[in-house]
Design a protein around this ligand. Structure first.
Ligand SMILES: [Zn+2]
Ligand SMILES: [Zn+2]
Length: 177
C-alpha cells in the first residue's frame, strides 16, 4: 500500500471512530490542547506541568519563563535581571504594583487579570477587594485572558459572585445552574 493510500485508510478509520463516539465522549475528548500561554516566550517550548513550579512569572513584562531558560540566563551571568525583558528585579511591592499598573494602563489582558489576583488576595500592599477583583477579571476575560476566565468560573462555581447582580457573567458567556 502506498503512503498516500495508507494515510487515507487511516483517516477513514479515524473519522468512523469519531462518528461512533457519543456527543458526550466527543466533548470530553476535545479541548485538551495546551494553551499558547503555556509556552516559554524565550525557547518556545511548552512549560512542564504543573506550570507554576517549573517556571517563574515576571511582572515587568507579564511573561512566564521556563526553569531551563532561567538556568541558562544564570549561567550567562544575567543575575538580577528579567530573563525576557532584562528589567532589574525588585522586591519592593510599590515598584511591582507600578509595573503591573503601567501594563494595565496599556490594556494588557494578563496584567489586568494579574491585578485582579492581587486585589483578590490583598497582595502588594492592596486591600483585599473581591468586588474589584471580579471587575478586573471581567475586563481581562473580555480581552481574552484565559486566567481571568478561570478565576471567574471559579467564583461562580464557589458562589462567590453575586447571582443577583450577575457580575462577570457576560465575560464567561454563561452561568452554571
Ligand atoms: Zn524557556
Ligand atoms: Zn520582564
Amino acid at each position: 500500500m502506498s503512503d498516500a493510500s495508507a494515510q487515507s485508510a487511516q483517516a477513514a478509520v479515524e473519522s468512523a471512530d469519531q462518528a461512533a463516539r457519543s456527543p458526550h465522549q466527543r466533548l470530553m475528548a476535545s479541548g485538551h490542547e495546551r494553551p499558547e500561554g503555556d509556552r516559554c516566550p524565550i525557547c518556545f517550548d511548552l512549560i512542564e506541568l504543573p506550570v507554576g513550579p517549573h517556571s517563574k512569572f515576571n511582572v515587568c513584562c507579564m511573561k512566564r519563563v521556563c526553569d531551563g531558560c532561567i538556568l541558562a540566563a544564570y549561567r550567562r551571568g544575567m543575575n538580577g535581571l528579567c530573563e525576557f525583558c532584562r528589567t532589574p528585579f525588585t522586591n519592593d511591592n510599590a515598584s511591582k504594583l507600578a509595573m503591573i499598573q503601567k501594563r494595565v494602563s496599556k490594556g494588557d489582558a494578563e496584567a489586568i487579570s494579574h491585578l485582579g489576583d492581587k486585589n483578590y488576595n490583598g497582595e502588594l500592599g492592596l486591600t483585599k477587594d473581591v468586588s474589584r477583583a471580579i471587575e478586573l477579571w471581567t475586563e481581562a476575560a473580555e480581552l481574552g485572558s484565559l486566567d481571568a476566565h478561570y478565576q471567574l468560573g471559579l467564583m461562580y462555581c464557589t458562589a462567590r459572585v453575586s447571582r443577583k447582580t450577575n457580575q462577570g457573567a457576560s465575560a464567561i458567556g454563561s452561568r452554571p445552574q
